[in-house]
Every structure is written in structure tokens, then in C-alpha cells.
Design a binder for this molecule. Sequence first.
Ligand code: ADQ
Length: 745
Amino acid sequence: MKRLLIFILPILIIVAIGFTVFGIMQVRFTEEKLMEDLQRKAKSVAEGIDFSAKAILINNDLKSANRLVESFQKRERLQGCIIYDKEGKILAITERFSDWKEKDKPYLKDILATKVARGALENFKDYSVYSYIIPVIDDENNILGMVEVIYDTSYVFTTMTDLWRRLSISLISLLVLIVLIMLLIQRQIFTLPVVRLTEWFQHFQRGEIEEVHPIKGQDELGKLASEVEQVALSLRVARKVVSEKATERMQKDELWTEAKLRDLIHARLGENALFVVSNREPYLHIIDDITGAPKCVRPASGVVTAIDPVMCACGGTWIAHGSGNADRKFVNSKDKLGVPPGDNRYILKRVWLSKEEEEGYYYGFSNEGLWPLCHMTHTRPVFRETDWQMYTKVNQKFADSVLAELPSKNPFVFIQDYHFTLLAKMIKEKRPDTTIALFWHIPWPNPEVFSTCPYQEQILEGMLACDLIGFHVQSHCNNFLETANRLLESRVDTEKFSIVRFGKETFVRAFPISVNGHFKQAASSPDLLKEIERIKKEYELEGKIVAIGVDRIDYTKGLVERILAVDRFIEKNPQYKNKFVFIQLAAPSRTHIKHYHDLMNEIDELVEKKNWKYSEGEWRPIIYLKRHFSQEEIKPYYALADICIVSSLHDGMNLVAKEYVASKADLKGALILSRFTGAARELTDSVLINPYSIEEFADAIKLAVEMPPEESRKRMENMRKIISENNIYRWAGNIITELTALRKA
Ligand code: ADQ
């Protein structure tokens, strides 16, 4: 449209200017004609009464004079007449001009002196008149007086205004006609053929039609169509080959890899790219506190750790909150950018939230309400009506953003987590043909706990608009089915593991999330070995047993219990003083929430207190590194750690446990793992603990420290087998397979 406007606008301007010039000339010409006509008439009337005037003036016959001038009173255009004596004094005047005195007409003297008639436009009161004055002369050429006839000129201006109005209407009609003709021409010769060509291209390469030659002809468009034909044919052939190979490879029962997932996506989704929605974005741009320059970081988030490799493998669009303070600098006009930076494997679309929206939707309802509601850590959820309103508003904002991206036919949307319980319903209202899966990354509570949420019905209703809902473990699925059964009018099918509400069926499945091979791959690189040496030197770790913890600072992760257990372990086993070090990498998280803020202070004080308790020379039992680490920075810590401690009080899965195991290619290392994590169901060869029992926890550290190498090797081998078989590609592959099977069903 913009382009068309650039084309039409100059034409319209030229036509408008030409027409206006023509109009001005036309108006001038008409005006001149009318005035000439007026003058002619005035002159002939004045000359017509010259004879009567002469008799009146010679006889000084006032009565006849008055009769003569009043005879004009009733005329319409010729409005008045004045008879002057030879001194230029008014002898008789038509009533309606009686206020017009001789003193208002300095030119009378000239007419008397020169004996030459005068015609001119004059103003009388508030209107314009045409006055024509002739001298009345006797046979001896003596001046007897003057006669003035006065014409109304208002009809000249009325005629002019009318002319202008008609010209303007003609101009506007002409311009509208030109625009319509141009639009018609452009539609006929450009838009329609291009639309036809595009539609043909889409159908042909999908194999839906066989017809070739969408547009015939040897003109430019015909040539373009012929080029497009060639490309479409090659694409169709190539796609068929890729698809057949992909299906072939899929059928082989081999380990899931990035390539195998890519094949599956090609084979199952075909044209339809994947749309992922999450709150946390996988890459955020922030201003570096030290250098002041923008930099790109990956946030400490399990969702990002899991989904980024999937998106890198299969492409698509990831829609998330743009939360970095330099994020706006790196997006295009559609708020998009290619990521990972420099590699551009998929598109990240950033959605902007105001401070109030972030406060209510993210910090408030999601993290002070739903997060504690779903985690059994005895933290009371807070539900504020204002937060709920913001949560609803932001869900709608994301829905609009997703809807703006969806292709015309059967798209796939994959929603992440508890921030978007209403999103599926909002999307389906506008696009019922969308297939939607939601993955719930945190635990789902039992119905009694969930029923404390004042918005339970809206949340469940929103979620049940999905076609598929995934949880990490079966017990979370069971809790969800039971919740829907008890709190919502619905039918639960325990055979199919689905919930039916108002005829819509939602399937509920367990998909244990996992990690990719990232930590495994570079485990023995020279750079990594160098970094391990540097860390060992900096923290004097040589010859010591090193345990590691890697977490966001969150009350669900059991960080306080972990420090108490390390303390108790050393208390009970003083022989490990100076020989055991626990390193905690801790990324500050949700720091605007008071509970998280207080927890940070509590951990700071506790670390300080316990280190002081054991301080002997340089040795400190706890090294607390409170900051965000990149994946590359975390690698050497996993690699050098003899033990990894995961002590969550409640955790959907916990990817740190899996990352640690994946990084231990040398099989040297032990994992202490809370029973209350989803990972505990799979990693049964870890040392399982109840983090609430500090005694048991401390004894588990001793067990891990003293575990015979053979046993720890065996356990690590078993755990690694499980993780390499059930990696993140299998997780995503299973979800896609399930989802596409549902659509066909
Ligand atoms: P999270 O609660 O974020 O995820 P988790 O699974 O432990 O928890 O993943 C944390 C991720 O952040 C890991 O990849 C880890 O390496 C990284 N990380 C931790 N500390 C870091 C630090 N200091 N600096 C940088 N990175 C750090 C939610 C659920 C989990 C579920 C995941 C995935 O709470 O139960 O496992 O989603 O579904």
C-alpha cells in the first residue's frame, strides 16, 4: 500500500495543480465577463435616462426627479439612481441609498470638471455595488448636473462562489476516480497474479497440486513465474527425499541426537515451524556493570537449559519476555533477532512488559502465588487480586504476540510453565486449528493444596484448552488428573490419561526432562583443563575432596539445609577438617521478592558463621560464589568436583543433577540427590537423601566421600546411561510425536 501511495501521490499532486490553475483562469474569465456585462448595462441605463434628467434639471422639477429615482426602488439588480445638480449636490436619491452622501464621493468634482462619465465598484454599507455616473450636458455644452445609476454586484460573487464550489467537487471526484482506477490496475496486473503465484507455490511444493505453469506469458511476471516454477519443483523433490530419509532414520532405534530430532520435526511438522512461549528468554542483552558495554548472557534457568538445544536443533520461533536492560538495542522492527548470537539457529521474539506488568504478573502472581503453591516447602502462597489482573493482562499480551506470528494453517505452539496457564485458551479462541502443548516444569500439588488458589477454575479451564499437558513425573500427572476431577466439571479417562471437558479432550503425560551433551563434549579440552588448574590454585583445592552445589538462590533448592549438613558432616567427622571443601555457585534470583531477599541474607550470615567456626589457617569449609556463571564457567567446577550436592526441598526435575552426571565422562564422582526432586525417580544410583533430616544428610556426605571408587564408577556409569538414553532430544521428540499423533487422531 505504501509503495502504491508513492506511485499515486505524484500523479494526484500534478492533476490537482493543473486543475487548480485551470480553475483560477476559468474563474477570472467568468468574473471579467460578468463585470463587463454589468458595466454595459449600467451605461445603457444611465444614457437611457439622460434625456429625462436633462428636462428635470433644466426645469428644476423636483417632483419628477423624485418620481424618477423612486422608480428604481423596486428593481432587483438595478437598485438605485441619484440625480445631482451642477454643483454636485444631491437633488433626488432612491430611498435605500439615502445615507450615501456627496461627501463620500470625492470624484464627483472631477466628473463635473472633465464632463467624462465614470464607472467603478464601490462599497456601500457592507455590500459592494457598481456605480456608473454620467454628466448631464445641455446643447451648448454646459453642465446641468449628473445622473448616477447603482447596480447590485452580489450576484457576481454568488456566481463566482458557486463556480468555485463546482470546480472543487469536480477536482475531488477526479482525484477519487484516478485513485480507484490505479487501485484497479494495480490489483489486476500486479496483486492478483502475485497472490495466485504465491498460492500456487505453497500448494505445489506441499504436493497438493500437480498443475504447472501458474502464470503464462513472456512478460516480466511470466519470466518470474517460470523461475518460481523451477525452484518449487526442486524444493518439492528435495523435501520428499529429506522426508523419506528422515522417516527411515527415525525408524532406526538409535540414540536421540540433535539430527534425529531435526528429522522428526521435518517428518512430523513439515511446513509448520514450532512456536515456543516462555517467560524467561534464552538470551538476554544487558549492560555490563564494569565496562558499560552491552553483552549477551544466558540466564540461570532450567527451562532455558532444556529448550534452547531443542530450538537450536529444529529452528522456529521462541517468544519470551525481553527482560534485559539492553534488549531493545538488538531487535529488528518486529522485536525479533536471530539466536544464538552469531549462529542464528532460530528466531527470538521479545515481548515488552511495563514495570507494573512485570511486578504483578511475574513477581506477584507467578512467583509469590503459583510457585509456592506448587512446591511443598511450607511457604505460604500470596494471591492478590491486582496480581491476578496483571497476570491475565500479560497472558493476553503474549497471546496477541503469538497470534500475530502463526501461519495460516494448523500451527504448533509449545507453552512453557506456570506463567501462562491462560494462554492456550486465549490462542484457541482466535485460532482453534492450533495444536497446543503445555509443559509444566514444576511439581503439581494435590487437589487439597491447589483448591486454596482463588482462581483455580480459571487456571484449570485455561490449561484444559491445551491438547497435551506434560509433567516431569507420573505423580504430578496423577495430581493434575485428580485436581481436574475434583475441582472442575470434567470427565477423567484413566485408561487414556485424558480429561474431557465440554467435548474437548486434553491428554496428560509424563515427559522427564533432561540435558543435551553440552557438558560431556568439551570435558577434556585443553582450555577446560587450564581453567580447572586455575580454580584449584585460586581456592587451594589441591589434594582436597571437593563437593559442589550449583543453584539459583531459591528457598526450594534447600541451600540452608545444605550448609547445615556440611557443618554437621565436619562436626561428626573432624578428620575431614582441612581435607573437605564445599563450593556453592549461587545465582541471585527474583531478588525483588522479600522472601528471596531475606534468604540471600540468611545464607550470607550462615556461610560466614560456619566458616568462622572452623577457621584454621587458610582453610574454609565453604566457598560461596554468589553470582551468575556462564555454562562455560560452570563446566570446570563440575569437572573438578568429587561430589555434587542437590538438596531441593521440592523440585520438578532438577537439571543440575543431570548436568553433573553428563559432565563426568571419567566416571569419577558421586551425586547426592534429594528424594524430593523429579530426577530422583531416574537417578536411583545417586545417594538419595531427605534434606530436612540434617543427620541423614551429613551421613550421606560421608558415604559419598568414602564411597569405594569401584562403586562410584558403577553408579556413575548407570546414571550416565540413563541420561544419554533419555536426553533432551528424546524428551522433545516424545512430545512432538505425541502431539502430532493427537492431531491425526
Ligand atoms: P530451575 O528451578 O531453574 O528450573 P534447574 O532444573 O535446577 O532449576 O536448572 C537450573 C539451571 O540453571 C541449570 O542449567 C544450571 O546449570 C543453571 N544455574 C544454576 N546456578 C547457576 C549459576 N549460579 N549461574 C548460572 N547458571 C546457573 C525449573 C524447575 C526444575 C526443572 C527445570 C527444567 O524448577 O525442577 O528441572 O525447570 O524443567
